[in-house]
Design a protein around this ligand. Structure first.
Ligand code: ADP
Ligand code: MG
Length: 245
């Protein structure tokens, strides 16, 4: 077995002194693996994936991302953020910048790429999410589904090794969910390592290698999608599934 690209070993995290939000998290993700994370609101899903790009710190255990051990080392945090792209529920685009400027900002200022190259790369990624014709527009001139695809393209401009998605379709009108999921499915098919917090179970069935079910800060179950849906292993997963399906 090759080394996992993400490895949590007995990771524990508290918010403040007494809120134990992640409990003994053990999780290995192989390169190219697609993981869907689900579970009730407040179970720690966002906190878990935010640890992977060091948006959250943890107090105990070990987390290694693409060979870099995350701890208090600021340099490690910087290195990891360049390898890990993240897409949020609220698209988090800069409203005063055009689509093109949103995509070239970080490659130019953090990646030190010349403007022309950054723009070429941005155009490639916009084509990949099928929105190249909107490059000169401002985010608020686009639909929610288009904005989310721009956010995905922006993350891809940094050539990430891992993509994190935190409920990327939850803020979208129903008719726009598919256009975003289609882009995510394509990414998955191209071999991207993905951790997706989502309750879109159709997506989980279509592309996930495993589904992880979290409750109260713990990973309660990790299973193949087919088995998770048809034969969940715990009372808590059964109860959750009965509410969302
Ligand atoms: P989920 O994404 O599964 O809904 P979260 O990871 O966002 O769960 O949150 C897990 C728990 O931690 C929730 O009870 C939430 O209120 C709490 N929480 C999240 N962020 C913070 C924070 N910055 N400070 C204190 N508590 C937080
Ligand atoms: Mg969340």
């Amino acid at each position: 077995m090759p080394d996992p690209i993400i490895s949590f070993e007995k990771v524990n995290k508290w918010y403040g002194n007494d809120f134990h939000v992640l409990r003994d998290i053990d999780l290995s993700v192989a390169q190219g693996e697609r993981i869907v994370i689900c579970g009730p609101s407040g179970s720690g899903k966002s906190t878990l994936i935010r640890c992977v790009n060091a948006l959250e710190e943890y107090q105990e255990g070990r987390l290694v991302v693409d060979g870099i051990e995350l701890g208090d080392d600021v340099k490690a945090i910087d290195q990891v953020r360049r390898k890990v792209g993240m897409v949020f529920q609220q698209f988090n685009l800069f409203p005063h910048l055009t689509v093109m400027e949103n995509l070239t900002l970080s490659p130019m200022w953090v990646g030190k790429l010349p403007k022309k190259q950054a723009e070429e790369k941005a155009m490639q990624q916009l084509e990949r999410v099928r929105i190249a014709e909107q490059a000169a527009k401002y985010p608020l001139q686009l639909s929610g589904g288009q904005q989310q695809r721009v956010a995905i393209a922006r993350a891809l401009c940094l050539t990430p090794r891992i993509m994190l998605f935190d409920e990327p379709t939850s803020a979208l009108d129903p008719e726009m969910i598919k256009e975003v999921l289609d882009v995510m499915i394509e990414l998955a098919e191209q071999g991207m390592t993905m951790l997706c917090v989502t309750h879109e179970m159709g997506f989980a069935k279509a592309v996930a290698d495993s589904v992880i079910f979290m409750d109260q800060g713990q990973i309660v179950e990790r299973n193949k999608p087919h088995d998770f849906f048809n034969n969940p292993q715990s009372e808590r997963s059964r109860d959750f599934l009965s509410k969302i399906l």
